[in-house]
Design a binder for this molecule. Structure first.
Ligand SMILES: Cc1cc2nc3c(=O)[nH]c(=O)nc-3n(C[C@H](O)[C@H](O)[C@H](O)COP(=O)(O)OP(=O)(O)OC[C@H]3O[C@@H](n4cnc5c(N)ncnc54)[C@H](O)[C@@H]3O)c2cc1C
Length: 266
């Protein structure tokens, strides 16, 4: 790995100031993606700003119809929260399905969504639940946050501080896991909310996307049967060594039906 300067930030404003002081600085969360990229020399920042010591970025708050999760909250903490398991069980289960124990104990909500890996789980929950991403500069609606493969609406110097999730009436998440990494080959998050039904798909395309035909059908009748006949086009879906676009398109239908069944079962 190349030489770099290490800074431990003490607050969000301290991290923002340190980030602004260098053109080539990067924020460090749990290092699950960034350190690996640096070891492979795919990334060579001059400065790393460690968010690990900032208490205000950690924790889960359940307040009535809203759940707020700090950007530095680990997947393990989200999976273990009893309050969250009551408010949005599908979200707690999603966090518990990420990677392996080491990844869950080090990886963070903020790091995951800033990275926006096409196979990451959280983007499906954030879009499916119509969450809001809060940053050091502004609030960003879920539908505006994820822009493309590894691309988000974040601007230079912007730090994710938390994500705010409205509590749905019911929700479910099902993924077909890559057996080696446990990333989603296809993952579908379905939520029934006071504003209608949302269906968000991760792993299948370059970036999380919604399926309006399924949302419409589920708004009329919230049952797995209601979406059984809806086919997703393979055009624009990913083909790689794990699965073809056609297979992924098929999995979207299967995982969506299973997510609805999970949502109904609670
Ligand atoms: C073996 C393995 C298996 C995995 N399996 C899964 C899986 O099944 N499902 C899944 O969803 N994910 C999976 N992951 C990804 C993992 O969950 C991490 O969330 C992801 O790697 C990001 O890591 P991190 O949170 O430590 O962030 P880092 O690696 O520290 O940072 C990632 C990027 O985000 C930026 N960043 C970090 N925090 C912030 C912030 N608050 N504001 C703005 N930018 C920020 C950093 O600058 C960097 O560019 C896996 C990872 C590994 C290594």
């Amino acid at each position: 790995m190349h030489a770099f300067n290490y800074h431990k930030a003490t607050s969000v404003s301290d991290a923002a100031a340190k980030l602004a002081a260098s053109d080539d600085a990067r924020l460090l969360a749990g290092g699950q993606t960034l350190i690996a990229a640096m070891k492979m020399r795919l990334s060579a920042p001059s400065d790393l700003i460690d968010l690990g010591g900032i208490g205000e970025l950690c924790g889960i708050k359940v307040e009535g119809a809203k759940v707020t999760i700090g950007a530095m909250t680990t997947h393990a903490a989200v999976a273990a929260s009893k309050e969250l398991a009551k408010a949005i069980p599908a979200l707690a289960r999603l966090a518990g399905s990420i990677g392996d124990p080491m990844v869950r104990n080090m990886g963070t909500l903020g790091g995951s969504i800033a990275n926006n890996d096409p196979a990451a789980d959280y983007p499906a929950a954030i879009v499916g639940l119509d969450a809001t991403v809060l940053t050091s500069k502004r609030k960003i609606a879920a539908d505006d946050f994820f822009k493309g493969m590894y691309e988000t609406a974040l601007e230079a110097g912007e730090i994710i501080t938390s994500v705010s999730f409205p509590v749905p009436k019911r929700a479910g998440y099902m993924k077909f896991k890559n057996p080696a990494s446990r990333y989603a080959m296809v993952g579908v998050f379905v939520a029934q909310t006071t504003n209608g039904v949302r269906v968000a798909v991760t792993g299948a395309g370059p970036c999380v996307f919604r399926v309006p035909a399924m949302e419409k059908a589920l708004a009329k009748s919230f049952s797995a049967d209601a979406i059984k006949a809806i086919k997703v086009e393979a055009t624009n879906l990913n083909t790689d060594l794990h699965a073809s676009a056609e297979y992924r398109a098929h999995l979207v239908g299967v995982m969506a039906q299973r997510a609805v069944t999970q949502a109904l079962e609670g």
